[in-house]
Ligand binder design. Structure first.
Ligand SMILES: Nc1ncnc2c1ncn2[C@@H]1O[C@H](COP(=O)(O)OP(=O)(O)O)[C@@H](O)[C@H]1O
Ligand SMILES: [Mg+2]
Length: 488
C-alpha cells in the first residue's frame, strides 16, 4: 500500500522542526525497512552506496522489531554507521505498514560514528573524523522531543490511511439502498414484502433519510415498474395550484385555463404516485384524495365528469400523522387508507455504523473521472464524519461528500481538513480544561490551514490572519504533543 506522507501537514511541520533544530531528516520506509533513498541528508549522501545499505539494514531491524512487538512508540537506535536513528511504526489493520524515522545525526561523542564508518565502509580514520565532525549532534536530552515529533508524524500517516470499510454481509435486490445497520435491515426486509403487494404505503422519516429512494425502489422492483412513477410534493404549492396539478382542470375552470389540462393522477395511471409531505395537504384536498383511494375516481377542477384511474399511492411524511389525527389536523379516514403498510426510515444518527459505507457510496456516485481513480477516504476524515449528528440526514452527508470531492481536486485522498467546519466543528470533545480546549481548537485551525495550503506557512498564516513567525512559534509550542520549540 502506498502511504501518504509528503502531503501531510503534520509531516511537513515535524520535518521542518527536525531540520531546523537538530539538522535531522525525516523519512518513511516500507514495512521491511526499504525505501531508504527517501532520505537525503548530506552525511548519508556522502557515504551513499555502502553506508546506505548499512543504514537500510538498521531500519530493517527496527521494522522487524515493530512487526514482532507491535509496540506503539518511537524508539532510538544506532545505525550500523554509528548514527542515531529515531523510528516510529505505522500500523494498519493487517500489521506494520511502514516506519517513519529521523536520521542524519549522531550522539555527543563522535567515537561510535567514527568507528562505525571505518567498520562499515572502510573509511580512513581521517575521513571518518571529518564526516563525524560535519554531522549534526543530537544530545540524548533531546531524544524525547525528537521521539515525539517522529511519533506524531507516524500517527498522522496512520490517520491518513484509507478508512477500512467492512464488506456488507447483507445482500438484497435493492442495490440502490446502501446500508447494513439493523434499522436498515428491518426496512429492507419489509420492502421485500411490500414490493409484491399493491397496497398503499406510508413512508415515515425525517427529511433526507431516503423516503423517496424507498418509494422508487417499491415502484421499480414491483409489478408496475414499466409504468410511470410520478412525484408530487404536497407542501410545494398553494392549495389551488396543488389541486390543479394533482387532478387537472377543464378549459375555463379559472382565468388562464385556456384548455383542458390533465392532472398528475392521469399521468400516473397504471403506475405509482409518490405523494411527498402528505401531512401538508389541506382538508379540502384530503377529501379529494380519499375519494381516489376509495373509489379510484376524481373530478378535475371545474369539471363535472369523474375520471377513473388505477394508481398505486405511496405517501411520505416527516410529520407524525397519527398525532396529527389526534389533533384533528389530518382526516382519520384518510389516515387509515394511507397507513395500510407503514415503513419507518431511521435518521442517520441511528445508523452511524453505515456512515463509512454511505460516504464511500457517494464518493463513487459523484466521481466523474473515468481515467482516474476516485480519492480514498482517510481515517481522519471519517472520524469527523462519524462524530457529526447529521440533522439533514443522508442528503446532508451526500452534499458533504460532493463538496469534499470538489475541494479534493487532484488529491488522491479526502483528508480530515477537507471536512467542512460545520461538520468537523461538531466533533464531540471529551471534557477538559478551557486551556486544553483552546489549545486543541488552535492546533486544529493550524493543521487545517496548513492542510489547505499544503504545508505552506505563509499561505496558512495569512489565512489565519497572523504572522508566519507567530504561526511557527505557536505550532512549536502546541508542539504536536511535545514541548518542542520553547527554546527555538
Ligand atoms: N440508504 C441509502 N443509500 C444510498 N443513498 C441514499 C440512501 N438513503 C438516501 N439516499 C440518497 O440521499 C438523498 C436523499 O434521499 P431522499 O430519498 O430524497 O430523502 P427524503 O425523501 O427522505 O427527503 C438522495 O440522493 C438519495 O438517493
Ligand atoms: Mg424527499
Amino acid at each position: 500500500m502506498v502511504l501518504s506522507f509528503d502531503g501531510l501537514a503534520e509531516v511537513a511541520i515535524a520535518r521542518d522542526l527536525l531540520r531546523r533544530w537538530w539538522g535531522l531528516e525525516l523519512g518513511l520506509s516500507d514495512a521491511k525497512g526499504g525505501g531508504y533513498e527517501r532520505t537525503s541528508h548530506a552525511t548519508c549522501e556522502s557515504v551513499r552506496g555502502v553506508a546506505s545499505a548499512a543504514c537500510a539494514s538498521a531500519l530493517t531491524d527496527v521494522a522487524a522489531g515493530f512487526v514482532k512487538t507491535r509496540e506503539r512508540t518511537a524508539i532510538v537506535k544506532l545505525c550500523h554507521a554509528g548514527m542515531t536513528l529515531v523510528a516510529a511504526p505505522v500500523y494498519g489493520q493487517a500489521g506494520l505498514l511502514g516506519v517513519v524515522y529521523a536520521s542524519g545525526g549522531r550522539g555527543v561523542d563522535p567515537t561510535p560514528m567514527e568507528q562505525g564508518l571505518i567498520a562499515t565502509i572502510g573509511c580512513t580514520p581521517e575521513e571518518s573524523r571529518t564526516l563525524a565532525a560535519a554531522t549534526p549532534v543530537l544530545p540524548e536530552a533531546d531524544h524525547p522531543r525528537v521521539r515525539d515529533l517522529v511519533f506524531a508524524a507516524a500517527a498522522a500517516v496512520e490517520r491518513a490511511l484509507p478508512a477500512e470499510i467492512a464488506p456488507t454481509t447483507f445482500s438484497h435486490p435493492f442495490t440502490e439502498i446502501v446500508g447494513d445497520a439493523p434499522a436498515v435491515r428491518d426496512v429492507v426486509k419489509l420492502l421485500m414484502k411490500v414490493v409484491k403487494s399493491e397496497a398503499t404505503v406510508l413512508v415515515h422519516g425525517e427529511s433526507g433519510t431516503g423516503k423517496e429512494l424507498i418509494a422508487r425502489a417499491i415502484h421499480y422492483h414491483g409489478p408496475r415498474a414499466k409504468k410511470p412513477f410520478v412525484v408530487q410534493n404536497c407542501s410545494a404549492f398553494n392549495d389551488n395550484l396543488l389541486e390543479s396539478a394533482l387532478f387537472g382542470h377543464v378549459r375555463g375552470a379559472f382565468t388562464g385555463a385556456v384548455k383542458d389540462q390533465p392532472g398528475l393522477f392521469q399521468v400516473a395511471d397504471g403506475g405509482t404516485f409518490f405523494l411527498d409531505e402528505i401531512g401538508d395537504m389541506s382538508a379540502a384536498l384530503q377529501v379529494k384524495l380519499l375519494r381516489v383511494l376509495q373509489e379510484g375516481v376524481f373530478t378535475p377542477v371545474g369539471g363535472t365528469k369523474p375520471v377513473r384511474v388505477d394508481v398505486r399511492i405511496i405517501a411520505a411524511s416527516h410529520k407524525d400523522l397519527a398525532n396529527m389525527v389526534a389533533h384533528k389536523q389530518f382526516r382519520e379516514d384518510l389516515f387509515y387508507r394511507v397507513n395500510v403498510l407503514k415503513l419507518t426510515v431511521p435518521p442517520l444518527r441511528e445508523r452511524v455504523s453505515d456512515i463509512p459505507r454511505l460516504a464511500q457510496h457517494f464518493i463513487n456516485k459523484h466521481w466523474r473521472s473515468t481515467d482516474k481513480q476516485a480519492p480514498r477516504l482517510s481515517q481522519s476524515a471519517l472520524a469527523r464524519l462519524v462524530a457529526y449528528p447529521w440533522p439533514g440526514n443522508i442528503r446532508e452527508l451526500e452534499n458533504e461528500m460532493e463538496r469534499m470531492l470538489v475541494l479534493a481536486g487532484d488529491a488522491t485522498e479526502l483528508t480530515g481538513s477537507m471536512v467542512s467546519t460545520r461538520v468537523a466543528g461538531m466533533v464531540a470533545a471529551p471534557a477538559k480544561s478551557l486551556r486544553d480546549a483552546i489549545a486543541t481548537a488552535e492546533a486544529d485551525a493550524f493543521v487545517a490551514a496548513l492542510g489547505r495550503h499544503l504545508g505552506d506557512r505563509d499561505g496558512a498564516a495569512s489565512d489565519l490572519g497572523i504572522s508566519r513567525a507567530y504561526l511557527e512559534a505557536r505550532c512549536a509550542a502546541l508542539g504536536l504533543g511535545s514541548g518542542v520549540g520553547t527554546g527555538g
